[in-house]
Structure formats: structure tokens, C-alpha cells
Write a protein that binds this ligand. Sequence first.
Ligand SMILES: NC(=O)c1ccc[n+]([C@@H]2O[C@H](COP(=O)([O-])OP(=O)(O)OC[C@H]3O[C@@H](n4cnc5c(N)ncnc54)[C@H](OP(=O)(O)O)[C@@H]3O)[C@@H](O)[C@H]2O)c1
Length: 177
Amino acid sequence: MTADAPTENGGPRTEHALPPLALVAAMSLNRVIGRLGELPWHEPEDLRHFRDLTVGHAVIMGRKTFDVLGKPLPRRRNLIITRKPDWTSEGCEVFADLASAIAAARTTDAEPRIIGGGEIYAQALPLATIIHLTVIGIQVEGDAFFPELDDKVWRERERRGSGHLAFRTLERVGTGS
Ligand SMILES: NC(=O)c1ccc[n+]([C@@H]2O[C@H](COP(=O)([O-])OP(=O)(O)OC[C@H]3O[C@@H](n4cnc5c(N)ncnc54)[C@H](OP(=O)(O)O)[C@@H]3O)[C@@H](O)[C@H]2O)c1
């Protein structure tokens, strides 16, 4: 059986048994997601897209991404991953590893959102079932990157274009990263 073989109802066959977990990210054409702790662009339409995808959900992020935000995202459960045992911040839940953050998120959210940054995307990719990926049609210098995707594992389900932005939805059709 290959990932391309149709199912009985004609839908795509998924050869994994992972529970739902979404990655939400924006990257440039050269896969940059951040530079010097910041987003290297200002794209209000993508910020609205991000809000629409995350409000009402549990959002899981690395401590460096939280530092960029500076405060918890409103109307979302904010789960922060850090190795610093004493780290706290008001309105945030703190976890020492990704697996325990995901397990806690699932107690209230059937499809938690992983919202970065680069370290956390890379660790979460093998567990993800869907990726909401905005591709910003520019080349920029950066120091944080979105991981490469294997097209045997990830298949594009939807793509909407808006100027130099492409809003892509990729779904897992195989095992691996
Ligand atoms: N374009 C986008 O969609 C997007 C989204 C989010 C972020 N960003 C950008 O990405 C950059 C930040 O990404 P980053 O890769 O540098 O950092 P990050 O992934 O946000 O956070 C890394 C931190 O998470 C903690 N951590 C990572 N793995 C862990 C583990 N297994 N167990 C416990 N803690 C763990 C550590 O925190 P401690 O050091 O506290 O131990 C580590 O320093 C920024 O430039 C930001 O603007 C872009």
C-alpha cells in the first residue's frame, strides 16, 4: 500500500496513527522564520491568519518565542517549554519538555497548535499531523528556520494565494518527519 493509494471513500490514505497536532508557521522562500529574535517581516494579513488558526486553542511554544511575544496570547492557553527550572510568567503554563506540554494541551484541546520557534518546530515535526504554513515570497537573512519537509510524508491539501503570501495547508500521509 502506498500513501497515494485511495481509500474506500476516495479520500487520501494516511498511514499513521498520530493524534491531531498542528504546526502553525510562516517562512520566507529560503525557510527563514526569524532573525535576531524577531520576525523579519511585517505581514498583518498573516497575523490575522495566525490569530484565526489559534484563538480558542492551546498554543505551545519555546521560551525564546515567548520572549519575542513578551506576554501570553489572549484567548488561548499558553504553554511554554523551557529547561530553566525556575522560569515562570503570569498567564503561562510551563513545561520541561515537549511531550508533557502536548499531553497537557490535549486535556482541553483536540488539536493543539505548535507555534514555534525553530527548535520546537523541529522537535514537533515527527508528531505533527497538519501544518499551516504561510510562505512569504521573499528571500531574507535569518538565524531560525522551518525544517525541510519530505514530500513522501507531507501532501498539500490546500493553497490560497494573496499577493506575495501563500497560505498552505499540508497534511501527513506517511510516517517520519
Ligand atoms: N515565522 C514564524 O512562524 C515564527 C514562529 C515562532 C517564532 N519565530 C521566530 O523563531 C525565533 C525563535 O526560535 P528558536 O529556535 O531560536 O527558539 P524557540 O524554539 O522559540 O525556543 C527555544 C527554547 O525552547 C526551550 N526548549 C527547546 N527544546 C526544549 C526541550 N526539548 N525541553 C525543554 N525546553 C526546550 C529552550 O528554552 P530555555 O533556553 O529557556 O531552556 C530553548 O532555548 C525567533 O526569531 C522568533 O521570532 C518565528
